[in-house]
Every structure is written in C-alpha cells, then in structure tokens.
Design a binder for this molecule. Structure first.
Ligand code: UGY
Ligand code: MN
Length: 250
C-alpha cells in the first residue's frame, strides 16, 4: 500500500546483522503450501539466521492453514479460528492461543476474517523428558507476574516453564514510563510483535521508535532494552528459545 513514509524511500524498518525491525509499511504478503484463502507475512525465518520462523497469517472467511513442519504456536490477533485436531475441536477468539506439538495433524480455519501470529520450529527433544502436548489457552486468563518485582511491568507466560517445552512465548505489558531494568544481552533469540502502545527499543547500538504492529527479530546476544512512552500501556508478544543446553543444536 502506498505510504507517505515511502516518499523518497524512507521507512522505520531496519535490517542489521543482529536484528530486524519490520514495520507494516514494508510487509510483503505471500502464500505457503497447504494454506487456502490465507496470506502470510513472513517476519523471520532461517533465511536470516533464525532457528525458528514467525509469520502473521491473514485469513479470509473460510481460509485455512495446513500442516506445520515442526511444532506450532498460534496466537489470535483478530477474529476467530477453529482448530481441529485428532483429539477434538477448539475455538480460539482474540487473545486465544494454541500450542500444537510437532507431528500432530491439524487444521486451522477461520469462521470470519482473522489474523494470527504463528511461530514454528523443529522440536528439540530431551532424552527421558516427555514431549509437550496440545495446549489451548487465553492470554487474559494467565496471571501476570511483575518482572523482577516491578509492578509496572507484567509478564504473562503463555506456555508452562517445564523442560518439555523448548521455547517460551510471553506477553509483556509496560505501564507508560516503565522500562526493562537492564540492557539484556543473552543467548536466546527473540521474535517480538508489538500488540499495543509504543516506546523506544534499543537494539544493538541503535534506538528505534516502535509502535503497535511492528515486528522485531533479535539474534542471540543482541543488546536490547525497551522503555514505554505514551499515555496507554505498551504490550508485546515475545518468543524465545528456552530450557535447552547451549551446546545442543539450535
Ligand atoms: O524474556 C526476555 O528475555 C525479555 N525480558 N526480553 C525483552 O523484553 N527484550
Ligand atoms: Mn530478552
């Protein structure tokens, strides 16, 4: 879509070796095999060096997403999706989510026009630990925990923090003026979708204004910090690889 920011080739999007900031004016839609009536915006994939893929799926009425290659996490941004698996049928409304284990046959279909954040990766099994099972939830029903005791920054862990899971997906909600208490530098990579509000994201040695709708990929060890600005809370959905030995395959 034409956008004023594009006048003379300007955009807030930025691609550096340790991160990608992708703003909606630069989103390009494509299709993936097995899907019908559904476009995807692939935000990150192994093509950029990530060990996972994250995309936004935009479903027309009756649109559907086919099988996943690995394990799949789906978070409904708008609309309503029906998830059919061998063990039953579930309806996911806005803020509803599902974890679908690797190898589980399923179909995700839209009863009305819908959008969802989708994360997929190859599962890293641990000997002696049972693989995770299908999980359905609603973000609003997950209890928030203050990050390092900061009541102005609430974290909701959407998946259980057990060794069965090899990744975490959390929401983080910042009251206006709240910020991370440190510049984090860690081995885990992130896929981050801004859901509400905005602020300033420090990525590596750069500071970027960010707002709802933006996507960020942070490579392992990318220095990162966020401060919320504005009169309403800032909230993002964030993926990280988790609970695995660093010497294993990524
Ligand atoms: O979980 C995290 O690493 C999170 N605190 N990182 C972030 O918000 N950039
Ligand atoms: Mn982090």
């Amino acid at each position: 879509m034409p956008n004023e920011l594009h006048h003379l080739g300007r955009t807030r999007s930025a691609r550096r070796s340790s991160y990608l900031l992708q703003t909606p004016d630069t989103f390009v839609r494509t299709q993936i095999p097995g899907s019908t009536g559904t476009s995807v915006i692939v935000h990150v994939s192994p093509a950029i060096g990530a060990a996972f893929t994250q995309y936004t799926a935009e479903f027309e009425v009756g649109g559907a997403l086919g099988e996943a290659i690995g394990e799949r996490f789906v978070y409904v941004l708008d609309g309503e999706l029906t998830l059919e698996t061998e063990v039953g049928r579930h309806t996911l409304g806005k803020d509803g989510y599902a974890f679908i284990p690797q190898g589980m046959q399923h179909r995700l279909a839209a009863a009305r026009a819908s959008r969802a954040a989708v994360i997929e990766r190859s599962y890293r099994a641990i000997e002696g630990v049972s693989a995770p099972e299908l999980l359905i939830g609603r973000e609003a029903e997950v209890a928030g925990q203050p990050l390092m005791g900061d009541e102005a920054l609430m974290v909701r862990g959407l998946l259980p923090d057990t060794n069965a899971f090899d990744f975490a997906v959390n929401t983080m909600t910042y009251l206006p003026g709240a910020s991370l208490s440190l510049v984090e530098i860690h081995v885990m990579e992130h896929g981050l979708l801004m859901l509400d509000g905005g602020g300033i994201y420090r990525l590596d040695d750069d500071w970027h204004p960010v707002t709802a709708g933006d996507f960020i990929w942070m490579a392992p060890y990318c220095p990162q910090w966020f401060g919320a600005i504005g009169k309403s809370p800032a909230k993002y959905l964030i993926y990280k690889d988790w609970n695995r030995h660093p010497l294993g395959e990524r």
